[in-house]
Design a protein around this ligand. Structure first.
Ligand code: CA
Length: 230
């Protein structure tokens, strides 16, 4: 694997969660874990992953409902379901709900690794050179078509907002000052007012954040500027 695939493991059995995490990390995965369905869903929405390993029998929200919610919200991250032995119905329902594969418990870790590799090969969603689509949680940006959707619903962005979003995505994880944003996104057309940046960021948040008051994509770095978290 040329990059470390980001994996979200949603499993309520602490022993299995620990064993799998250790093994997956040693195989080069970056692993995030959740121990119930609600936590799994919110983590899957907040961060981009390359693959999700999702147990069906989970407290608070079962894996089938988590998978359904993800697909309804436009999250296309491949899902590998873990089902209990004999629960054939779960497999069928899971696949219908948009799961990509399933594995019946108990399973050998080597089998899980093989399935994961197959899923990642089939539907690579990680950083690909030349890719024109950016995904994070329920946010999907198609640069080729200049289209943005959130939770599967098209978002109408102005040309400037799109340019700003593209700049943020290209510099994700970096703290960007208002002055730098003004220079890079507005250039010489800009009235030299950093307030312009704040107004456009506020507008963009209204459109791409599930809760603009608690942004998860565009974070404010107080007294400095902004950071696109992913
Ligand atoms: Ca379980």
């Amino acid at each position: 694997m040329s990059y470390a695939p980001r994996l979200l493991l949603v499993e309520d059995e602490p022993g299995l969660r620990l064993t799998l995490t250790d093994r997956l990390v040693s195989e080069g995965y970056v692993v995030e874990t959740a121990s119930d369905g609600e936590d799994g869903l919110s983590r899957a929405m907040a961060q981009a992953h390359d693959v999700i390993v999702l147990d069906v029998m989970l407290p608070r929200m079962n894996g089938l409902d988590v998978c359904r919610s993800l697909r309804q919200r436009g999250v296309q991250t491949p899902v590998l379901m873990l089902t209990a032995r004999g629960q054939v119905a779960d497999k069928v329902v899971g696949l219908k709900l948009g799961a990509d594969d399933y594995l019946t418990k108990p399973f050998e870790t080597i089998e899980l690794l093989a399935r994961l590799e197959a899923v990642l090969r089939r539907r690579p969603s990680g950083p690909q050179p030349g890719s024109n689509t950016y995904r994070c949680g329920d946010l999907v940006v198609d640069f080729r078509r200049m289209e943005v959707t959130r939770a599967g619903v098209p978002v109408d962005l102005s040309a400037r907002e799109l340019k700003l979003l593209k700049h943020f995505i290209e510099h994700r994880g970096e703290t960007l000052s208002r002055d730098a944003l003004l220079a890079d996104v507005w250039g010489y057309e800009a009235t030299p007012m950093t307030r312009t940046v704040d107004v456009h960021v506020a507008g963009l948040r209204q459109k791409i954040e599930a809760n603009p008051k608690l942004p998860v994509h565009i974070l404010t770095i107080h007294g400095f500027g902004y950071k696109f978290a992913g």
